[in-house]
Structure formats: structure tokens, C-alpha cells
Design a protein around this ligand. Structure first.
Ligand code: ADP
Ligand code: MG
Length: 229
């Protein structure tokens, strides 16, 4: 009976629970001056759910996503992953979290090291979080195939068009089947035609593969619940 209750609880626990999360930046040179980049925010995200994050420039959308990816450590509030507190997770726990939760950057070039082939760039997130070489390469090839970029595996980022680079960045975010993708204006660096196509690919893959997604985008997104900052 205890087991039944436990599994019930697991199934209804949100994927992500955010409670009064805040982030301040210290101003360099000004010892006690900080700016509140993210005002306390609370929300829940279900498994496989798409949520579009809206709000004016400077309101803290990027800061929120970076805190959720745990690239930044929040200054206040609580972040629960499947009910487990990961607000200040470290070491192995943080590595496991980062394997499941991925950030897709605003500028694809910032995710891609010019010295690495596309395949190496896409394999890196799973290599850093526990996969071995051959397995990581296979996962990377799978991810590239999903985003229509299989033929780019041996190329270097400097030789790619903007749209191609974005497909590679998307493959890097999706490698190893994450459960949550945090997409920060993923198409804002592209021209209009490539923007629509790229956004459609992301939303299609989100529905097909069933990962949850928090998407910051100024381009038109029809699907998804709205979260206003
Ligand atoms: N590294 C930083 N140091 C100091 N202030 C920052 C830093 N990054 C962002 N900010 C400030 O924090 C606020 C929120 O920024 P950001 O999260 O980038 O907003 P958005 O993505 O919604 O435009 C802004 O006022 C911005 O100037
Ligand atoms: Mg931003």
C-alpha cells in the first residue's frame, strides 16, 4: 500500500517546481550594490509541457533560464526537480540534473567551439555527464539526424550557415534525450525564413519526443501555455 501511494505521488509531482526564485547580480566595484535581475517567481511545469515565457527586455528571462539550467546559482527561493531540491545541488547530483535539463542559447555560435567538429560539439554534453566515447558519438549522430543535420557531422562551425548552425545547436541541446529544454530566444539571430523553420522544428520535436520546454521567443509561437515575467 505504501508503494502505491509513493508511485501515485511520483506521477502527480510536477517535473519542475519553482518557488519564489530570485537572482541578484553584484555590481563590480560597488561593494554592497546589487541589482535584482530576477524578481521572485513561482510556477510549475508538467512533464512534456511547452510553456512560452514572455516579458519585456531586461525583466530577467535569460537569468531565469540560466538559474533553471543551474549555470547560475539562485540567491533565493527553491527549485525542485521531480520533487527533489536541486537549488544548490553539487557534484554528481548536479551532473545528473544537467544531463536531463538543457539550455539552447540565443546565439548558436556561443554553444559551438570553432575548433571542434559538429559531431564533437554535439557529443560534448553527454560526454561531460557520463557517456563513453563511442556511445556519445552514436547519441550525437542520432540527435543530428533528428534535426536534419546528419550530413554536417564532420564540418566545423565556421563553415556553416546560420540555419545550419542553429540545427546543430538544437542537436546539442537534444543529445541524450533530455526531459527539459530551456530555449532562450533560439531563433533571434536568424533571418525570418530560417526563424520560422527553426521554431517549427523545435516545436515539432518537442511534441514528438515529449520533452518539456520553456521557450523565450519574440517570434510567433502558436502552441503552449504562457508564463509572463
Ligand atoms: N552578468 C550580469 N551582471 C549584471 N547585471 C546583469 C547581468 N546579466 C544581466 N544583468 C541585468 O539583469 C537584468 C535581467 O537581465 P536578463 O535576464 O538578461 O533579461 P532578459 O533576458 O529578460 O532581457 C537586466 O537589468 C540586465 O541588465
Ligand atoms: Mg534575454
Amino acid at each position: 500500500m505504501t508503494t502505491v501511494c509513493y508511485s501515485d505521488r511520483l506521477e502527480t509531482t510536477p517535473l519542475l517546481t519553482v518557488q519564489k526564485l530570485t537572482k541578484n547580480y553584484r555590481m563590480p566595484g560597488l561593494r554592497r550594490r546589487t541589482i535584482q535581475a530576477l524578481k521572485p517567481i513561482s510556477f510549475e511545469l508538467g512533464r512534456g509541457e511547452l510553456v512560452v515565457v514572455e516579458g519585456p527586455s531586461g525583466v530577467g528571462k535569460t537569468t531565469l533560464l540560466r538559474c533553471l539550467a543551474r549555470i547560475l546559482e539562485p540567491d533565493g527561493g527553491v527549485l525542485l526537480w521531480r520533487g527533489r531540491d536541486v537549488t544548490h545541488a553539487r557534484g554528481r547530483e548536479l551532473r545528473d540534473y544537467r544531463r536531463r535539463v538543457r539550455l539552447l542559447f540565443q546565439h548558436p555560435s556561443s554553444a559551438l567551439d570553432p575548433r571542434f567538429t559538429v559531431l564533437a560539439s554535439v557529443a560534448e554534453p553527454v560526454l561531460l555527464t557520463g557517456s563513453r566515447g563511442a556511445e556519445a558519438d552514436q547519441l550525437a549522430r542520432d540527435a543530428l539526424a533528428r534535426t536534419g543535420a546528419a550530413s554536417l557531422a564532420e564540418r566545423f562551425p565556421g563553415t556553416l550557415s546560420g540555419g545550419e548552425r542553429q540545427r546543430v545547436a538544437l542537436a546539442r541541446a537534444l543529445v541524450g534525450t533530455p526531459e527539459l529544454v530551456l530555449a532562450d530566444e533560439p531563433v533571434s539571430a536568424l533571418d525570418e525564413a530560417a526563424r520560422d523553420e527553426s521554431l517549427q522544428t523545435l516545436v515539432r520535436l518537442q511534441a514528438e519526443l515529449g520533452f518539456a520546454c520553456l521557450l523565450v521567443s519574440h517570434a510567433q509561437v502558436v502552441a503552449g501555455r504562457r508564463l509572463r515575467l
